[in-house]
Design a binder for this molecule. Structure first.
Ligand SMILES: *[C@@H]1O[C@H](CO)[C@@H](O)[C@H](O)[C@H]1NC(C)=O
Length: 285
C-alpha cells in the first residue's frame, strides 16, 4: 500500500463504483476471504457459511479478506476455542499495510476451563498503537456464537459485542491525534499459540493433549465501503446508516456500564506505564 495516497481526496474527485450488490449480503467465506496460513487447518464448510480455524503443535491457521475496506459497519460471529484454551490467541483485526499502518484489534486470550477469556482491544494510528483496553466478557464465548462488530466512520471507531458498545475511539484530529481515515484495511484473523504470555502472563501453558484447538466463524456482514483500484465504493456523505453514527446518550451509558463492570485494563489509567503523562486522547475522554 502506498503510504501517502489519500483515498479521501481521490474519493471526492473521482470514481464512484457501485458495488452495493456485494454489500450487506451475509457470509460467504469462499467469496469474501482467502485462507492464508495453516493449510488444511483452516476450512470453509457448509457451502461457505462457516469457517473453522485450528491450531495444533505444528501450526496455527488464519485467513484474510479479499477486499480492503475504508469505513463500514462490519460484523462477524465467532465461537471461541472451548475447554482448556490457555495459551491460545484468536486474533480478529482490521489493518492497513506499511510502517504507518492503521489497525483495529480484537484479540481473545484463552484460559483454563472455567476461567474467563480476556477480550483485548487496541487501535493503531499511523503505526502507533499502545492503546490497549481489556475486558472480561459477560458470557462464555465458547458455547454459542457471539457478534463482534466494528463501526468505523469518519467520526469514530466503535467496538461492539452483541450490539453493545464496549469501546469508542473518537476522531480527535482537531486535537492533533491521528485518526484512521486514509488507509483502507483488510480483515485478518488467526488462531495461534502464545503460551509465553497469553494466559496469566505466560504462567499457564498450552495443554497440547487437548489439540487441535478450534475457533469457528459465521455470518460475516460487511456494510462497508470497498476499496478497489484506488477508489472507494462510497461517495462522501453517502446515505448509509452507520456513516454518521456516534453513540447517543443511551449507548454511551451502556458502554460506561460495561467499562465500569467488565474492563480489566485501560491504558488511559496506567500512569506507571506512561510516567511522562498519559496519551493525549485519554484526557479528552
Ligand atoms: C484467566 O483466569 C485467571 C483467573 O481467573 C485470570 O486472572 C486471568 O486474567 C484470565 N485470563 C487470562 C487471559 O489469563
Amino acid at each position: 500500500m502506498a503510504g501517502n495516497a489519500s483515498p479521501l481526496s481521490s474519493l471526492s474527485m473521482a470514481v464512484f463504483i457501485l458495488v452495493s450488490l456485494k454489500i450487506a449480503s451475509a457470509g460467504d467465506f469462499y467469496r469474501d476471504f482467502d485462507i492464508t496460513w495453516g493449510g488444511s487447518r483452516a476450512q470453509v464448510l457448509n457451502s461457505g457459511q462457516l469457517l473453522k480455524l485450528s491450531l495444533d503443535r505444528t501450526s496455527g491457521s488464519g485467513f484474510q479478506s479479499k477486499n480492503e475496506y475504508l469505513f463500514g459497519k462490519i460484523d462477524m460471529q465467532l465461537k471461541l476455542v472451548p475447554g482448556n484454551s490457555a495459551g491460545t490467541v484468536t486474533a480478529y483485526y482490521f489493518s492497513s499495510q506499511g510502517p504507518t499502518h492503521d489497525e483495529i484489534d480484537f484479540e481473545f486470550l484463552g484460559n483454563l476451563s472455567g476461567d474467563p477469556y480476556t477480550l483485548h482491544t487496541n487501535v493503531y494510528t499511523q503505526g502507533k498503537g499502545n492503546r490497549e483496553q481489556q475486558f472480561r466478557l459477560w458470557f462464555d464465548p465458547t458455547i454459542n456464537f457471539h457478534t463482534y462488530s466494528i463501526l468505523w466512520n469518519p467520526k469514530n471507531i466503535i467496538f461492539l459485542v452483541d450490539g453493545t458498545p464496549v469501546r469508542d475511539f473518537k476522531n480527535l484530529e482537531s486535537r492533533g491525534i491521528a485518526f484512521p481515515k486514509n488507509q483502507p484495511m483488510r480483515i485478518y484473523s488467526s488462531l495461534w499459540d502464545a503460551e509465553d504470555w497469553a494466559t496469566r502472563g505466560g504462567l499457564v501453558k498450552t495443554d497440547w493433549t487437548k489439540a487441535p484447538f478450534t475457533a469457528t466463524y459465521q455470518n460475516f456482514v460487511a456494510d462497508a465501503c470497498i476499496w478497489s483500484s484506488g477508489a472507494s465504493s462510497c461517495a462522501p456523505g453517502i446515505n448509509r446508516l452507520w456513516w454518521n453514527q456516534e453513540l447517543d446518550s443511551t449507548s454511551e451509558e451502556r458502554m460506561r456500564f460495561i467499562q465500569r463492570n467488565y474492563m480489566i485494563y485501560n491504558y488511559c489509567t496506567d500512569t506507571r506505564r506512561f510516567p511522562q503523562g498519559l496519551p493525549p486522547e485519554c484526557s479528552v475522554a
